[in-house]
Design a protein around this ligand. Structure first.
Ligand code: GUN
Length: 316
């Protein structure tokens, strides 16, 4: 069953009529140029539809949800992500407070800021951008965030509730992956899903969400033997390894759905995912691009979590 929201976004799943033929690979093997050509799952369009619906919900509220975004240090990628989150939240009608703290900030000072935001009645959601500079323990910061304001879903209480099958605030990237699969009408019940990567931010929560959707879930990681063979068994593959273009066309079952969580900057400046897109698009049944796939969904889900947290805290 599709949620009503998805009625509007199904149109966003584009069909690409002119896929690249699969190239021959290193060992000389090639893939049947069998006319398997992937549907492109357009995360940007799906996220935009979500954001419009959220903006309408926010406009109808008797209050403005408040989101605090905390950036410590000057990591350029984090600065870009934080700017995108700020802008999207403002556009949705959320009141954003951005704290930019120097890289020399101590753990004690950051904890004091988080404690202050926990007590601030105008703040419904707190996001501390990761990674944090060396010397600040990530766990200490996450553990201090009020679970009711934990719009990242990283607090152990929220992680535990999700693992226990009682989700509250769900991490944004895995939630975005599930919404993409739903919008693209990818069947999950009884299907073999493979999660490539076991991070606390993406891989582990995704396992819980896919299980809740009745998929048969395998999690593979850097110590998995014969990764390619594991991948080839998957009907739905989610790559979240952080390794540029690691998943190759000969790792895929023809027709598989491929969701690429990776965002990797190559030496030549190009942004690529964890999946070698051009060759995999010729084998997969459906695939997300990078950029324009999971990334925009992460931001849309952050906005949704902020509105959810605000309505729970303030009643609505
Ligand atoms: N760094 C990379 N992804 C994320 C995320 O989803 N949330 C936060 N807070 N930091 C991140």
């Amino acid at each position: 069953m599709l949620l009503p929201l998805w009625e509007g976004v199904r149109r966003s799943v584009r069909f690409d009529p002119s896929p690249q033929p699969p190239p021959a690979r290193g060992g000389g093997e090639s893939f049947p140029a069998a006319a398997l050509s992937a549907r492109l799952i357009d995360g940007r369009a799906i996220a935009n539809t979500m954001r419009q619906a959220l903006a309408a919900r926010v406009a109808a509220l008797p209050f403005r949800p408040g989101l605090a975004v905390v950036l410590v240090g000057d990591d350029p990628a984090s600065a870009v992500y934080v700017r995108s989150k700020d802008r999207a939240a403002e556009m949705a009608g959320i009141a954003v407070t951005t704290l930019r703290l120097p890289g020399t900030t101590t753990e004690a000072a950051l904890l004091a800021e988080v404690a202050r935001l926990n007590e601030d009645p105008g703040i419904d959601g707190i996001l501390v951008q990761l990674p944090l500079p060396r010397g600040i323990r990530q766990e200490a910061v996450i553990d201090l965030i009020d679970p009711a304001k934990d719009v990242d879903g990283f607090h152990p209480l929220n992680a535990g509730l999700l693992a226990a099958g009682r989700p509250s605030l769900i991490p944004c990237t895995p939630l975005g992956v599930m919404k993409l699969l739903e919008a693209a009408e990818v069947a999950l019940s009884g299907r073999r899903a493979l999660v490539l990567g076991r991070s606390h931010i993406v891989g582990r929560p995704l396992v819980a969400l896919l299980l809740a959707a009745h998929a048969t879930v395998t999690v593979a990681h850097s110590r998995t033997r014969d990764l390619a063979a594991e991948c080839r068994r998957a009907e739905v593959l989610v790559a979240a390894t952080g390794r540029a273009e690691m998943v190759r066309a000969d790792w895929l079952a023809p027709g598989a759905t491929v969701i690429d969580v990776g965002i990797n900057r190559l030496a030549d400046g190009r942004l690529v995912g964890d999946v070698a897109f051009a060759e995999c698009a010729a084998v997969a049944g459906a695939i997300t691009p990078v950029p324009g796939g999971v990334g925009p969904m992460t931001i849309a889900c952050l906005l949704e979590n902020t509105v959810t947290a605000a309505m729970r805290r303030r009643g609505g």
